[in-house]
Design a protein. Structure first.
Length: 377
């Protein structure tokens, strides 16, 4: 698709190179800039996208315009590389990783499963985007094997997780940093966020359920988080913004976004090649702009490469949920994968997340997928 052109990094014998995806090929941006086809102030001749992300929206827009012009004609052969067989790398250095909890359907389902007989959504949930800090050092690129974690499963009980799960999420990559002590308003979302990746926040539910009260997720989440190797720039999603759900009570002033918009992304969850769910991102209660505003509302600074995720994306129906905890209702209702029934992940299982969004003139934007296979402890 000519107006998508997501950014990534691939490996050549000479070292890692920045790239833009073009169908079944990629455009070697190091070569394209070196040969004068694009002009990015040298940022695309680096080993990853860090310098390019930090350069800001004006340069991003200029380079995107140059790439669109290049793609509209005949792309020079010296900058085209067949995608087949290319090793794709983590495209940027993850500075910080924050995960939110922005789907009311997911929060309600988890509350019913983990806290039966209690209100499923806690009183503060409708007043602010709940989130927690993850581990930047365990964010890995799609295709990286996921080792089953071990931990404390109950009083005195230590061992490999038996309730290994996924969380289908959408994450946002920060380009332009902000100053310490200066909150970022929802209206400044595009000034700081460069683009979007799909994210799977692997979750050990038995470790999580024992540790999470009163301070929330820790070791049950921090062992691995997988992201797509391709960053879709926000500019490629201009046609995908839609009204977000009405918020009641109205958000406080620093979280009020006008217009109140979410992204119409349609996710797909495949378990060993079988599609088991299609979570709708547009249903999220808290928007990407509100999440960004909240994480800086106390004066915390943004850094280039900060990654913040939406939290599990779940719709109202059982086949729209973004975790196997919900899909199997805590393991009580196994899923038939054709050759076997599953509740939680077993060694050798592979999970792939995909997503599409509306593009210009009725076209379809396909976001970069993210996959991972479970290996033994």
């Amino acid at each position: 698709m000519i107006d998508h052109l997501p950014y990534g990094v691939f490996r050549l014998a000479q070292g890692p190179r920045c790239a833009a995806r073009w169908g079944d090929h990629l455009i070697d941006l190091h070569a394209a800039e070196s040969l004068g086809h694009v002009h990015a102030d040298g940022t695309l001749r680096a080993e990853n996208l860090d310098r390019f992300l930090a350069a800001g929206p004006l340069l991003h827009a200029r380079v995107r315009g140059q790439l669109l012009d290049l793609a509209a004609g005949e792309i020079p052969g010296e900058v085209l590389v067949p995608l087949d067989g290319v090793e794709l790398l983590l495209p940027f250095t993850v500075a910080d990783y924050v995960d939110f909890y922005s789907s009311e359907n997911h929060a309600g389902n988890v509350g019913k499963i983990f806290r039966p007989g209690q209100p499923p959504v806690l009183p503060n949930w409708h007043h602010l985007p709940i989130g927690y800090h993850g581990r930047a050092g365990t964010v890995v690129v799609s295709g990286t094997p996921i080792r089953r974690p071990s931990g404390l499963l109950g009083p005195g009980k230590v061992g490999p997780s038996q309730r290994l799960d996924i969380e289908a999420e959408v994450a946002f990559v920060v380009g332009t940093p902000s100053a310490l002590g200066t909150p970022v308003a929802p209206s400044s979302f595009r000034d700081h966020v460069f683009g979007v990746v799909l994210l799977n926040d692997w979750s050990a539910r038995d470790i999580q359920s024992f540790e999470y009260q009163p301070l929330g997720p820790f070791l049950g989440k921090s062992f691995a988080t997988s992201v797509s190797p391709w960053i879709t720039p926000l500019a490629a999603l201009d046609a995908a913004w839609v009204p977000a759900p009405v918020q009641d009570p109205p958000p406080v002033e620093h979280l009020a976004d006008d217009p109140h918009l979410g992204l119409d992304l349609r996710l797909s969850v495949e378990w060993n090649g079988v599609e088991v769910s299609r979570p709708p991102f547009a249903s999220l209660y808290w928007t990407p702009a509100q999440q960004l505003a909240h994480l800086t509302s106390n004066g915390a600074a943004l850094r280039t490469g900060d990654l913040y995720a939406s939290g599990t994306v779940s719709g109202e129906a059982r086949d729209e949920v973004g975790s196997f905890l919900e899909l199997t209702w805590g393991g009580a209702e196994p899923v038939d994968l054709g050759t076997a029934k599953r509740t939680f992940l077993e060694d050798g299982d592979t999970v792939t997340l995909r997503a599409t969004a509306p593009g210009a003139d009725g076209s379809l934007v396909k976001l970069g997928s993210v996959s991972g296979t479970i290996v033994g402890n």
